[in-house]
Design a protein around this ligand. Structure first.
Ligand SMILES: Nc1ncnc2c1ncn2[C@@H]1O[C@H](COP(=O)(O)OP(=O)(O)OP(=O)(O)O)[C@@H](O)[C@H]1O
Ligand SMILES: O=C(O)[C@H](O)[C@@H](O)[C@H](O)[C@H](O)CO
Length: 172
């Protein structure tokens, strides 16, 4: 499964609401698989980061160019054959469609958890632009992936190690 040595390109989109653990799980998967790890947050326009910092939820119009930039990055990785794990909220089906583009080399990993657990984790997180106050809107926007998206769904009420292990086992 490693990207090196001519192995086929693969991409994993680690999705879920803010605080669901995308960054920590993407990092842990990256260490296990030896793939590049990227965070979609790095592709947000400054205006979008400022909005979120001010507690204002992004709109579809804010997210569209961002998702296209994330998709372009995945496309670049595909072109040079470097498998990648992308941490990206990808809350709606239409957003995921921009990222996946019907490619069977790209899998969705959905980190599923309830609001109370995630809120409690966000309380202890510091130095992040995303305020806890936006969690309700993240859940309101969330469209859970459906079976036809072939998602790997993992319950986040577990240790980072166990969640990572479950994802590795579910990858085919
Ligand atoms: N399974 C877990 N067990 C315990 N703590 C966890 C777990 N997963 C994540 N956390 C903690 O919860 C917080 C949120 O995790 P993380 O920053 O990875 O979420 P995120 O989905 O990337 O958030 P955002 O989208 O806002 O960047 C962090 O402090 C992280 O260490
Ligand atoms: O679509 C969105 O609303 C954004 O991507 C957010 O989810 C944040 O960027 C992320 O959660 C903070 O890291």
């Amino acid at each position: 499964m490693n990207a090196g040595g001519g192995a086929a390109f693969r991409a994993l989109i680690v999705m879920g609401v803010s605080g669901s653990g995308k960054s920590v799980i993407a990092d842990a998967l990256g260490r296990r698989l030896g793939w590049i790890v990227e965070d979609a947050d790095r592709f947000h326009a400054k205006n979008s980061i400022d909005k979120m910092r001010d507690g204002i939820a992004l709109t579809d119009d804010d997210r569209r160019p961002w998702l296209r930039a994330v998709a372009a990055e995945i496309g670049r990785r595909r072109a040079d054959g470097t498998s990648v794990i992308m941490a990206c909220s990808a809350l709606k089906r239409a957003y995921r469609d921009i990222l996946v583009q019907g490619s069977s080399d790209t899998r969705i990993i959905y980190l599923r958890g309830d609001k109370d657990l995630i809120a409690s984790r966000l309380k202890t997180r510091s130095e992040h632009f995303m305020p806890q106050g936006l969690l309700a809107s993240q859940f309101a926007t969330l469209e859970e992936p459906t079976e036809d998206e072939r998602p790997i769904v993992v319950d986040i009420d577990a240790t980072i190690k166990d969640i990572t292990e479950r994802i590795i086992i579910a990858l085919d």
